[in-house]
Design a protein around this ligand. Sequence first.
Ligand code: SF4
Length: 383
Amino acid sequence: MQKTKAGIYIHIPFCAQACSYCNFHFSTTRKNMDKLITSIGNEMAIREKDWRAYQFDTLYFGGGTPSLLRSENFSFLMEALNKHFFMTSLQEFTIEANPDDITHENLKAWKEIGVNRLSIGVQSFDNEVLEWMNRSHKAEDSLKALERARGFGFEKFSMDLIYGLPEGKGGDFMKDLGRVDELGVNHISAYALTIEENTPLHKKIMTQSFPAPDENRAVNDFQKLQEWARENDWRHYELSNLSKKGAEGVHNSQYWSRKPYLGLGPSAHGFQEEKRYWNLANNPQYIKQIDLGILPEEKESLSLKDQLNEWVMTSLRLDTGLNLKNLNGYPTELVQEIIDSADELIRIGELERYKDSFGHLHVRVPLEKRFLTDGIASKLFLV
Ligand code: SF4
């Protein structure tokens, strides 16, 4: 029987230091690293029975900072993956890497295990910005890292960039985008700086020892990003993701098209047959529960309304918009409710209709309103 395609995400919850804006799950203490890697292998053994019908074509190591792992950690995880899951048709294998970890030794180890795409946490090419972000690297490290990785035969790179920075604190988004072309990178993930609670940056802003980001600057930077993409032949295929033709991220695209994915490691999420689970975001607790043979997860079954709301949100973030054909099979009255709300938004210019080359009707956010996508999408939500 043909197996269903799926992706795997492995969360590596360790970082060299805490970036000032970050609220992901990570620890800067690495003393439990080897034990935690063993636990991720054990989590695979527990989850194996639920994923026998799947064949994995993408593998993504995210974090945290997966590039902190040693080659023996990677070898162990690869061996465990091959033992427990069908990994023979892997198409895209990405590792998130900080520029200062892209050394000859690491590149060699990643090449050996089959990594074919690096997602590099550049964030900015301005050292003043990198300093207040408390990044562990300098702008020069990003340049050297790319050169080194190319020397090892890596061809697919994604680069993270942050825009919408506070006034007077350095950074020039257009200059950063100029570097992207210069460096021949074929994918970028560009995010507006958001101030998350309980981050060092949030505390500084609350005590007024650091300026808050200016939303107008984020809007302007986003418009510049759109113009730059148009002029330089990049596809702005998802609100925060742009690529050269054919270099779209396969793994993340699976999230947006609601395909199944297996999440492993503390704080990782998984999705299968309209059920979601999320692992505990606590390293010692994760290890403890796995040692007891218990999955450290919470889970929920998505209601029909939740499923439709997810289609709306993830699809409207894409340049292709919401293909109404994807809603076939859902109760007509719920779909009609979405269509009625969409008609109203079309009337006020927040959505537009178009037909794709197969004649399927889509609704999408017009380019000039794209920055407001999340808010527009929420107006279509079923309650
Ligand atoms: S390296 Fe990434 S995950 Fe770690 S603190 Fe910085 S932004 Fe967060």
